[in-house]
Design a protein around this ligand. Structure first.
Ligand SMILES: Nc1ncnc2c1ncn2[C@@H]1O[C@H](COP(=O)(O)OP(=O)(O)OP(=O)(O)O)[C@@H](O)[C@H]1O
Ligand SMILES: [Mg+2]
Length: 234
């Protein structure tokens, strides 16, 4: 579904991603682990068309997208739960969800998709008229996921899902990730919380200073000595 072919990405003068290669197949959940500053968000934003690689290609459904603008990429079926959530804090829960359904394909399905999101997160239904900025951190993250789902994405990118959330809330959110996987949603989990991400994915990549340092099945990576020390704190 997604194939990244040897991209180099710069921000200003600085090269952030180096010859990066990666693949996500339809129906897979794939993890990208990396420390602060490794280039995880830059990778997400490159897939979304916010940064354009100087070299290499990004193929989505066999189409080269790396030079396309973000709105076209969203219309093609890629959606994102951004780092820090970035919900519209002044708007209600319902209005946030509505904003997520802006691609033309998603608009006629708004009601059905909203019911699906409410079934995944019943608390959002209860709070649909609440101003989003007054939700708890966990509820805001649920709303950010819900908003991303409203565009009916084929591929969902999740940038630091568990950041700032308690272990209990994180567990709940990952329960929903599992459900979404069972429903066939393809996902790329960008995380520092290595254990949760690897437990909920099939494969993973380790990003170190903008380069893929290691890749393998999530099970292999969970058992890897270097990863246990660097990312699992063991
Ligand atoms: N606007 C910018 N101009 C130049 N360099 C930038 C810019 N924004 C970020 N960087 C640099 O790009 C590198 C990668 O940043 P990025 O945000 O992609 O990392 P990250 O892995 O998402 O980190 P974190 O875990 O802190 O979110 C960092 O060294 C950062 O300083
Ligand atoms: Mg980041």
């Amino acid at each position: 579904m997604l194939e990244i072919k040897a991209i180099d990405v710069f921000r200003g003068e600085a090269q952030i991603l180096w010859n990066l290669q990666m693949k996500v197949e339809k129906g897979e959940v794939v993890t990208v682990l990396g420390a602060n500053g490794a280039g995880k968000t830059t990778l997400v934003e490159s897939i979304l068309g916010i940064h354009h690689p100087k070299k290499g290609e990004i193929l989505f459904m066999d189409e080269e997208i790396s030079q396309k603008p973000p709105y076209l990429i969203t219309q093609m079926g890629i959606s994102c739960v951004p780092e820090g959530r970035r919900i519209f804090k002044e708007m209600t829960v319902y209005e946030n969800l509505e904003m997520g359904a802006y691609p033309a394909k998603a608009r006629p399905l708004l009601k059905t998709t909203q019911d699906w999101v409410f079934s995944l997160f019943p608390i959002l239904k209860e709070r649909r008229n609440q101003i989003a900025g007054t939700l708890s951190g966990g509820e805001q993250q649920m709303l950010a996921i819900g908003r991303a789902l409203m565009s009916r994405p084929m591929l969902l990118l999740l940038d630091e899902l568990s950041l700032g959330l308690s272990p209990k809330i994180t567990k709940g959110i990952y329960g929903t990730i599992r459900k979404l996987h069972q429903e066939g949603v393809t996902m790329l989990l960008i995380e520092q919380n290595a254990t949760m991400a690897l437990l909920h994915s099939q494969r993973g990549y380790i990003l170190e200073t903008g380069r893929i340092a290691l890749q393998g099945s999530s099970q292999e990576l969970l058992g890897n000595e270097h990863i246990r020390k660097a990312y699992l704190g063991m």
